[in-house]
Design a protein around this ligand. Structure first.
Ligand SMILES: [Fe+2]
Ligand SMILES: [Fe+2]
Length: 362
């Protein structure tokens, strides 16, 4: 194990060797600085969806995804400085599921921090989650970078408090991907006020990395790949020199650039969602609002256990973001900023002709 500071080259070499040996269901992030600041890495695991069956039984595949991610994170050389879990630890927000997931995360040999997912929240509105993991939104500084965690999966008070006769029904309604009884996610006014106050203390040239569960963008409302007040949150980030938003929830690779803000998704340990464009009803409804730069997934098989899992780096040194994804049984992907076009692009699949057509799902 290399315990001391290593160069970016050494780090890449180590990570490459590990990737060749196995596919990592974890996202590994490197923040590399061009000046005297120390480069560092952190790992990202998301969307485990631990699901209770009965008694001591849980859905095995989802357990295995998280167990493997934790085990492989613990084997990384050099050790990541910390781990972020990106939300949807549980499937239906129960104590049994959150406890079971927390037990697996507790095996991480580095500090971890959590982001709230809708599957964690809508049973008891995040009460038990807070007992395990702390506040729903918070920030910290690490080696010159300001990190912010937002709870982006809140919704209208009326839907949350008045619409459903039981907490269980509320949870089930929000747990459905394409359920018309769901309600759009949002960060909300109180949290936006907190964010504005938090950022008031942060210099504009400080690298800023925001973690949310839903995208802080409007991608596809029908599946809640959506944040209702995305523009308001983006406005708070836009004055920074190189802000990055990293999100889970979509269980697939997405990226985009809006003004100065770079957006990147991380992959799930549970299952992949097919790209929404592949859904016939979405096309018929004309509801797709894809970010201009997002590249469709090159696969659409929700029953492919290890699909949509991998690892990636982020380089904030240049002020631009490069993600390196290693995918199970698929061509690896690199999403890097193209200085000629001024936007992040997939180096292999950006051209329409190079893409694999999405499958049609009904
Ligand atoms: Fe999820
Ligand atoms: Fe989610």
């Amino acid at each position: 194990m290399i315990e001391s500071r290593v160069t970016r080259r050494e780090f890449m070499k180590g990570a490459g060797a590990l990737a060749a040996a196995s596919c990592l269901p974890v996202s590994l992030v490197e923040l590399a600085f061009a000046d005297e600041r120390q480069n560092f890495t952190f790992a990202y695991i998301s969307d485990a969806h631990i699901q209770h069956i009965s008694g001591t039984k849980f859905v095995r595949n989802w357990d295995r995804g998280l167990i493997r991610a934790v085990a492989e994170t613990n084997l990384m050389t050099p050790k990541p400085d910390f781990v972020v879990f990106g939300g949807d630890l549980a499937q239906l927000g129960t104590k049994a599921e959150l406890d079971h997931g927390a037990e697996m995360l507790a095996k991480l040999n580095v500090k971890y921090r959590c982001v709230m997912g809708e599957h964690d929240y809508y049973l008891d509105l995040g009460k038990y989650w807070s007992e395990l993991f702390g506040p729903h939104y918070y920030s910290w500084d690490h080696k010159g970078v300001h990190f912010v965690v937002l709870n982006s999966i809140l919704t209208y008070d009326d839907w949350t408090h008045n619409r459903w006769p039981t907490a269980e029904q509320r949870m089930l309604e929000m747990a459905g991907l394409d359920n018309p009884n769901g309600s759009p996610f949002m960060v909300g006014e109180a949290q936006r006020k907190w964010l504005a106050e938090d950022l008031a203390k942060v210099k504009k040239d400080t690298p800023l990395v925001v973690f949310s569960h839903s995208p802080i963008q409007k991608i596809y409302k029908g599946w809640n790949f959506w944040t209702e007040d995305a523009e308001e949150v983006q406005a708070l980030l836009a004055s920074y020199s190189d802000p990055t938003v990293i999100y889970g929830h979509v269980h697939q690779i997405q990226y985009n650039q809006i003004g100065k803000i770079a957006f990147h998704s991380v992959m799930a340990t549970a299952w992949p969602w097919p790209y929404p464009e592949s859904y016939a009803q979405a096309q018929a409804q004309g509801q797709i609002q894809f970010p201009k730069l997002t590249v469709p997934m090159n696969r659409a098989d929700p029953f492919f256990e290890r699909d949509a899992t991998g690892w990636q780096f982020i380089d904030v040194a240049s002020g631009r973001t490069t993600m390196k994804y290693n995918l199970y049984n698929n061509t690896n992907r690199v999403v890097a900023f193209n200085t000629k076009t001024g936007q992040p692009e997939d180096t292999a699949f950006q051209d329409q002709a190079g893409r694999i057509e999405p499958q049609i799902h009904y």
